[in-house]
Design a protein around this ligand. Structure first.
Ligand code: WTA
Length: 658
């Protein structure tokens, strides 16, 4: 395709906005693993048979006798009686099949360094790391924390845990050490695998030294395993801290993969809910592996011998767990893993990476696409992106214009784009176009996958034929969360109580169009999605309120052109505080408690917040004020004058730059 830019490009995209749907190119459909729409009916006719069949793609040490036990709903059990080892399926199996030399990851560092990580190398490292963990006293069921940047060792660490049945609890490298401490304490982690330092845009963050400050509060934490990455000097406490390289070198190179029950916990991943306390999403082994292997193979139409797959997420989020580590590795894929940000060292980094490794399948978030779009088509146009054949999007609604830009500029107008909807809780992709079948509508997640049942319902839980409502999932699926770690009551209350124990309430609003296709509209609860990062308003509020000069805070989201949503904080200072230069102080304070990703973009200082007569903050009004919209019903307000005062305040405030 000729490369178009400037006004021509704008006109071209505007014209394409008129196009309803983009069917897959004929050549793609013909060669695709899935190209027959009959699969939907086939799966619907016998969902358990369908999931029985797809589980057979994995290696089981003992077969299951029951595909699904749903008798104690909403606590599902999948593949009962089956025994399986996750790390064996991700690594050993491919080496045994003669593919040890296949590259599992082309790793690219921030400064352009490269490593080609083969399946054979991983097999040795994973076994050594498994033995190192065992010698530190870790056994089946013991939680191991992982706080690492995007380096190959994070994969080794996760699979070593899986090998010995120790659930991993990975914390995103962008979270502050305080958030790491909270997640370690909640999960009673015994060991934390971390790093001397991490690189962020050319700077080095002394991760180990920072971690040391929080460890005093963690009585269950017996050891730290420290990977050397940046060479940053860090104190090592004798008897507690262990050098990763030394431990692996000293460990026996053979660690047999123990078969575990299908329902043995594989990992915990903390995510934000409606309250300040993060939810520990618990995934188990058999079902999660089936769900991720299945979706990676069929949705990404993965041909492991020829494709190069790149999911640009961080491994610390569910997208990284499912589509950097487990899904691709279960399929024996070759992936790319990039340490840095899309604009470091320059804005061409992603596209030079695609060109260099001949990436054929690329999966990223709408925020990144919008950022690239704002930088212009020049950078991608300078690179040869012709290796790409399929593009994916995840994490937030993608607006049609960004979809079209992705499709035209990155995909050259010839790659299908799949907008994949799912959650930390679902473990696997749930709603998405199928690239060899679906005529995808830009901005629309389309239909539930074969075997999955999604509906849009009204407030009473009745399915609607067309229009806006709540998104629900009607039947269990293999990759589903099994519970919230140590909090089964909250598990039931959060997801399975509103419409009874047969209906999983997602927390997203959706629109069903006249063709029966699903458009995801966004969250209905107090969860905000900033650049695809899930945060709870309560979590950010409690970080702000912990500042000594703050009396009260309310946080809402407002739409943002690049990040989808941005955080606006309404903050009441302690009487007599001079708030003039305090914005940065509050932002730094939030960064220290949660991480930079949670810093408010805008802070509005106010002595009053709009409250109901019973004292509840009216967030709906704050959202209207933040967006500069007409205010809705204010009759329940204790003091209606407050909103006028707030509105004048917001008018003369500007967003922070970063
Ligand atoms: C949102 C990320 C629109 C949604 C995998 C969901 C999306 C939340 C999409 C889960 C999409 C995810 N279109 N919205 N394709 N994918 N979301 O747990 O609000 O970090 O509930 O999982 O992200 O975020 P989480």
């Amino acid at each position: 395709m000729t490369k178009i830019t400037g006004t021509d490009l704008a006109d071209h995209l505007d014209a394409l906005l008129e196009v309803d749907a983009f069917p897959p190119p004929e050549s793609f459909a013909q060669a695709a693993l899935w190209n027959d729409p009959a699969i939907y009916a086939e799966a619907d006719a016998d969902p358990e048979g369908w999931w029985d069949r797809h589980a057979r793609a994995l290696h089981w040490d003992e077969p299951w006798h029951t595909v699904l036990d749903w008798s104690d709903k909403p606590f599902a059990k999948w593949y009962l009686g089956g025994k399986i080892n996750a790390s064996y399926n991700c690594v050993d199996r491919h080496v045994e099949a003669g593919n040890g030399d296949r590259v599992a990851f082309y790793w690219r560092g921030e400064e352009g360094e490269e490593r080609a990580i083969t399946y054979a190398w991983l097999l040795e490292q994973v076994q050594r790391a498994a033995n190192a963990l065992t010698s530190l006293g870790v056994g089946p069921g013991d939680v191991v924390g992982i706080y690492l940047p995007m380096i190959p060792e994070v994969v080794v660490a996760m699979l070593a845990c899986a090998r010995i049945g120790a659930p991993h609890n990975v914390v995103f490298g962008g979270f502050a050490v305080e958030a790491v401490g909270e997640r370690m304490a909640e999960s009673e982690a015994k060991v934390l695998i971390t790093v001397d330092g991490a690189r962020r845009r050319g700077k080095t963050v002394p991760v180990k030294r920072e971690i040391d400050h929080t460890l005093g509060t963690l009585p269950s934490m017996a050891h730290l395993l420290v990977v050397r990455h940046t060479g940053t000097e860090c104190p090592m406490t004798a008897g507690r801290d262990v050098d990763w390289d030394q431990a692996l070198a000293a460990a026996d190179p053979l660690a047999p993969a123990t078969p575990f029950d299908a329902e043995h916990p594989l990992f915990i991943l903390y995510t934000s809910g409606s309250t300040a306390k993060p939810k520990g999403i618990l995934h188990t082994t058999g079902g999660y592996l089936v769900g991720t292997a299945y979706t990676t193979k069929y949705l990404f139409d993965l041909h492991p011998e020829t494709d190069v797959f790149w999911c640009s997420a961080d491994v610390g989020w569910i997208t990284g767990h499912s589509y950097i580590v487990y899904g691709p590795m279960l399929n024996g894929a070759t992936s790319v893993m990039y340490e840095g940000a899309p604009d470091y060292p320059d804005r061409a980094t992603w596209w030079s990476t695609v060109e260099r490794y001949k990436v054929s399948i690329f999966y990223t978030a709408p925020t990144a696409i919008r950022a690239c779009m704002s930088w212009g088509a020049e950078e991608p146009n300078k690179h040869d992106l012709s290796s790409l054949r399929l593009l994916g999007s995840v994490g937030e609604p993608i607006n049609p214009k960004a979809w079209l830009w992705y499709h035209q500029i990155i995909g050259g107008g010839t790659c299908p784009v799949i907008d994949t909807w799912w959650q930390t809780e679902t473990g696997q992709i749930m709603i998405s176009p199928i690239p060899g079948i679906t005529a995808a509508k830009p901005g629309c997640a389309m239909r539930a996958l074969p075997g999955i049942s999604a509906e849009v319902v009204d407030n009473a839980g009745n399915p609607i034929a067309e229009g806006q409502g709540l998104l629900v999932l009607r039947r269990p699926w293999p990759g589903m969360l099994r519970t919230l770690y140590k909090d089964p009551k909250r598990f039931v209350a959060s997801y399975w109580s509103r419409f009874g124990p047969d209906t999983y309430v997602v927390g997203d609003a959706a629109r069903l169009d006249a063709d029966g296709d699903i458009w995801i509209l966004g969250r209905t609860d107090d969860v905000i999605n900033v650049a695809g990062h899930r945060l709870s308003t309560a979590e950010v509020e409690s970080a702000i309120v912990s500042h000594p000069k703050v009396a009260e805070a309310a946080v809402v989201a407002k739409d943002d052109e690049i990040t989808g949503q941005a955080i606006v904080a309404f903050v009441t200072p302690v009487e007599g505080t001079d708030t003039d230069a305090m914005d940065q102080e509050i932002r730094d304070h939030v960064a220290e408690h949660i991480g930079k990703l949670a810093r408010p973009k805008r802070i509005i200082w106010t002595y009053d917040l709009p409250k109901t007569r019973s004292g509840k903050i009216m967030r709906r009004l704050l959202r209207d004020i933040a967006a500069g919209r007409e205010l809705g019903d204010v009759t329940t307000l204790r003091d209606p004058a407050v909103t006028d005062r707030l509105r004048t305040l917001i008018a003369d405030r500007r967003d922070s730059e970063d």
